[in-house]
Design a protein around this ligand. Structure first.
Ligand code: PMP
Length: 579
């Protein structure tokens, strides 16, 4: 519906982009506005008096106006531009003064992004407050029972409630209008992180009555490095600025300064003028289209939900009902907004039988962009007792074909990962290694022969079956290696180097490495080589070996680090003769 308004998709028609919760593609009006600023009115704002400087200032302030309209801010002065949600929350948490705090507790939701946890940790230490967590269900849902328990936590001892409007990890839409109304009755300061809401559902800060509302440009079709902090006037007057420097003062001496009023008080230094102008264009696009976007995303979410629910071996987390459109006539009525169990166009799930990173690696090869991991919500993953999830997130440019292509790619991926062990030639490196020539190292040979990354992955999956698995009881902290986007374990067991990872791809790489180690450390007769030869094996460049097999270019940074760590662990064992 909106896809043709996003030049990215004209340039990359083959790309299925389902990672909009991480960042969005840019709307054509945003690209045009940023480009026009650079080509026609590139100057800094609020200072120069020449024509293009005035033009730049005008465009910058018009963007503030468009942003104020998007979220129904009562005045433009309550819209502060900065680098994004992270900076906004840091500004609030670090700028609160003791007289602004009315209670001893900071309440946060279990699903908060790290950006809405860490600044509060600092504040709690600075002012001696405690942090209390609002729970979700065991499946990460927020329904009536979680809401009822939450309401009980909103007592007079709570000074600050910091929560997302929509969870980035689960997609849950939280009933912030009702919650802010209850919080106001207890004089609790409310900080709402709207980063994942702003591009998907209508936001009205006046109706919500929150004290602060923050979001980032890059999640709403605008550039990276720009964002917004909305605040109620009284709070903005009292809040101390974080960025001290040019433009934000009325008077400065060597020992003292007087600050401007909001918003300039918080916009010290040369701002991201191009970014702000782009954000203004995105705000206009969203203001004009948000109801149509919401409806479009609801229908895609339903399609995705049906597709995932039909498939076996998938466990969904978070709210699963599509969000409902607000009835504008009811706005403002108590409880009119209460919508529990709803989600934006985002699904978060795990596989019962497969490692997330294996599935993701195969999906990436099929041009599907999505995200696996903890999504910067590590405490939530701990509460849910999982390492992470696969997250599929929809934007206004997503279409039916994207969802269908994803579901089809998912089927192929799961079939590849499910392949029956019986029909595979599982090679035991120990039995096959009988020469110092790579050509007869079967795993290395097969990988070298494989053409294309798909085939190489297939070979790694096959190789995983050849790994001498470290027994479960030895997968302990003593033998753990971190950094492969999941833990792995390496140790000698029965005089043999063994390893294990939940990821089949990592198991394949470990099998390949151990095949080489075995070649270098076991004689033709099956005996251990001399200590000197063992040292030589410890000095061998295993990473270069993987590179020569053409495996390294596709490793993510996390995987690369983890594999380096695994190699270091193997070398340490060779040096120590640690068996
Ligand atoms: N809050 C939420 C809910 C988010 O999803 C994100 C980004 N993933 C952030 C805060 C931080 O945003 P940024 O990195 O743009 O500052």
């Amino acid at each position: 519906m909106f896809k043709n308004q996003f030049p990215f998709f004209t340039n990359k028609p083959e790309q299925v982009y389902l990672d909009s919760a991480a960042t969005t593609q840019k709307h054509q009006s945003v690209i045009q506005a940023v480009n026009d600023y650079h080509c026609l009115s590139s100057a800094t704002v609020h200072r120069g008096a020449y024509a293009i400087a005035n033009e730049a200032t005008l465009l910058y302030e018009q963007a503030r106006d468009s942003t104020a309209q998007l979220i129904n801010s009562p005045t433009v002065e309550q819209i502060v531009f900065n680098s994004g949600a992270t900076e906004s929350i840091n500004t609030i948490a670090s700028g609160l003064q003791p007289h602004m705090i009315n209670g001893r507790k900071i309440l946060i939701l279990a699903s908060e992004h790290h950006a809405n946890i860490l600044p509060w940790q600092q504040l709690s230490k600075r002012l001696g407050l405690s942090i209390e967590v609002v729970n979700l269900s065991a499946q990460g849902q927020f329904t009536q029972s979680e809401y009822d328990a939450f309401v009980k936590q909103l007592d007079t001892n709570v000074a600050i409630l910091a929560m997302a409007h929509v969870s980035n990890a689960l997609g849950n839409i939280y009933p912030v209008e009702d919650i802010c109304r209850l919080a106001r009755q207890q004089r609790i300061l409310t900080v709402i992180d709207g980063t994942q809401a702003i591009a998907h559902i209508p936001v009205d800060v006046e109706n919500m009555g929150c004290d602060f509302y923050v979001f980032s440009g890059h999640k709403m079709y605008a550039p990276t490095g720009v964002g917004v902090m909305y605040g109620k006037r009284d709070w903005l007057d009292d809040l101390l600025p974080l960025r001290l420097g040019g433009e934000m003062i009325t008077r400065v001496s060597f020992t003292d300064a007087e600050y401007q009023m909001s918003p300039l008080k918080f916009e010290g230094g040369t701002p991201n003028v191009a970014g702000v102008i782009g954000l203004g264009a995105a705000a206009k696009f969203l203001k004009a289209n948000i109801l149509a976007i919401q409806q479009h995303e609801i229908s895609l979410f339903k399609l995705l939900s049906r597709g995932l629910e039909k498939r076996k071996g998938i466990r969904l987390f978070g709210n699963v009902c599509a969000c409902v459109q607000h009835n504008p006539e009811q706005l403002g009525h108590p409880n009119a907004n209460l919508a529990l169990g709803h989600s934006i166009g985002l699904h978060s799930f795990i596989f019962n039988n497969h490692h997330l990173y294996d599935a993701a690696a195969l999906l990436y090869q099929k041009n599907i962009a999505l995200r696996v991991g903890h999504h910067c919500a590590m405490p939530l993953m701990n509460v849910l007792n999982i390492a992470g999830t696969m997250r599929v997130s929809i934007g206004c440019y997503t279409d039916k074909q994207d969802i269908q292509r994803f579901l089809h790619a998912l089927d192929t991926t799961l079939a590849e990962l499910d392949e029956n062990a019986d029909c595979l030639v599982a090679l035991k490196p120990k039995q096959q290694v009988n020469s110092h020539c790579d050509e007869v190292l079967p795993i290395a040979f097969n990988i070298k022969q494989a053409r294309g990354w798909d085939n190489q992955y297939r070979q790694l999956l096959l190789a995983s079956k050849a790994l001498d698995s470290l027994p479960v009881e030895m997968r302990t902290s003593e033998y753990v290696v971190f950094g492969c986007e999941s833990a792995l374990w390496i140790a000698y067991y029965n005089d043999q180097l063994c390893a294990y990872s939940q990821s089949k791809i990592i198991r394949g790489i470990l099998a390949l490495l151990i095949e080489k180690v075995t070649q270098l450390t076991v004689t033709l007769a099956g005996n251990r080589v001399s200590d000197q030869d063992n040292m030589d094996a410890a000095c061998f460049d295993y990473f270069a070996y993987l590179t020569a097999l053409n495996l390294t270019p596709f490793f993510s940074v996390g995987r690369r680090d983890g594999i380096q760590n695994a190699i270091s662990a193997i070398k340490a064992k060779l040096v120590k003769g640690d068996n």
